[in-house]
Design a protein around this ligand. Structure first.
Ligand code: NI
Length: 407
């Protein structure tokens, strides 16, 4: 297929994609169990003659399109879950579910992937390879991709040797594609610390062991940890977002609690910082005769694009959308994403698709007023299709050489 043909077929499906996206938008579901969303996806795929499989522990949908000719398999992914917030967009198709909203554009991701499946099915006879469509619940902190991996996403015959996903972004104009080789998104781990001292009268701190100044010192020392122990070219962020301690002005409490997040863009720095947090918190508490119970809860790993695959995606997007619609990212973004688990095992890449409204105020992803510029869905469909077609044309030999085995 010529690039212009891919784009025009994608544009012809734009209305369908918008309808599907709005249907999902009205009925957002949160977490790993999205029965209604799953049913909509299965219904949308029904007429396409794909081999579909649903998850055990989640409502995932895995659909395989086997081309007319033998060849490699590429995985294309859309996440499907929404967020726990109350929609305030005032759209006619706004969420009808109290306390849930598609505020991260996963409704658009699903609609684009279904659109891509429709285009690719028409070319089935000519495809020299297979496409594995991954519809994933639980991206927003529930490790849905990891569950799908545990349920055999990459196992057996026809395992994918390339993987690709799109995510909408308010940072770019509608239809602009951005990505970069190497790290694209950060790891995201949670820090929970309880500093334990001894409570008593606020007028007699020497009879107590005040945990509050100890907690404050720990927060400050984390910033020193970042600037003195972390390579500035392999950065980290530590933010303590919540401190709780005490009840009133004349009581020294027994404990102080810290809650925060750590972001890094390499697994080496991630381990260094997590270990450092434990050491610094313990050390400072001990120095003051207090105790620190440190709990580090691992979130998603670093989302790291295969360098060759990311270059291939940029080239392919330029071909289909025009060079002016493609911008390499200068640096990673410190958000996190569980497609990282897939990219640890399969060479591939994630890219952003600009969905910023053409006019009016811009609200970021995860805002209760977030809007998706739906015209961009055609570009997203086209890029999914083009990545798959070019992958087959090159026999799947993209990036695999650069990365020996996964792990
Ligand atoms: Ni998202």
């Amino acid at each position: 297929m010529k690039p212009a043909e891919i784009l025009s077929e994608a544009r012809a499906l734009l209305d369908d994609a918008i309808q599907l996206r709005r249907r999902l938008h009205r009925h957002p579901e949160i977490g790993l169990t999205l029965p209604r969303t799953q049913a909509v996806v299965l219904e949308a795929l029904d007429a396409l003659g794909l081999e579909t499989r649903t998850g055990q522990r989640t409502t995932s949908v895995l659909a395989r399109l086997t081309g007319g000719k033998p060849g490699p398999t590429i995985l294309l992914r859309a996440d499907m879950d929404a967020l726990p917030l109350r929609e305030e967009t005032g759209l006619p198709f706004a969420s009808e579910v109290e306390g849930a909203m598609h505020a991260c554009g996963h409704d658009a991701h699903v609609a684009m992937l279904v659109g891509a499946a429709r285009v690719l099915v028409r070319r089935r006879a000519d495809l020299a390879g297979s496409v594995l469509f991954m519809f994933q619940p639980g991206e927003e902190g529930y490790h849905g991709a990891r569950v799908m991996l545990e349920e055999g996403l990459l196992d057996g015959a026809g395992a994918p040797s390339g993987a690709f996903a799109l995510h909408v972004t308010h940072r770019e104009a509608a239809g602009v594609i951005t990505t970069r080789p190497g790290p694209m998104l950060a790891s995201g781990d949670t820090i929970q610390i309880t500093v334990r001292g001894k409570g008593g009268h606020a007028s007699a701190p020497h009879d107590c062991l005040d945990p509050i100044p100890v907690a404050c010192e720990i927060v400050q020392a984390f910033q020193t940890l970042v600037t003195r122990r972390v390579n500035v070219f392999d950065p980290a962020v530590i933010t303590i977002g919540k401190i709780t301690a005490g009840t009133t002005r004349n009581v020294i409490p027994e404990t102080a609690h810290l809650l925060g997040t750590v972001r890094t863009v390499s697994e080496v720095t991630r381990e260094r910082v997590l270990e450092g947090i434990r050491r610094v918190a313990d050390g400072i508490a001990t120095a003051h005769g207090a105790e620190a119970a440190v709990e580090l809860i691992r979130g998603y790993p670093v989302t790291s694009n295969d360098a060759s695959f990311a270059g291939f995606v940029l080239d392919t997007a330029r071909e289909v959308l025009g060079a002016e619609r493609v911008t390499p990212m200068s640096h990673p973004v410190m958000g996190s994403e569980d497609f990282s688990y897939v990219l640890q095992r399969v060479p591939g890449a994630m890219a952003n698709l600009g969905t910023r409204p053409d006019s009016g105020e811009v609200y970021p992803n995860h805002s209760n007023r977030m809007l998706v510029n739906e015209t961009a869905l055609a570009s997203g469909i086209a890029v999914h299709v083009a990545v798959a077609l070019r992958f087959f044309e090159r026999g799947g030999a993209i990036g695999a050489a650069a990365r020996p085995t996964a792990g």
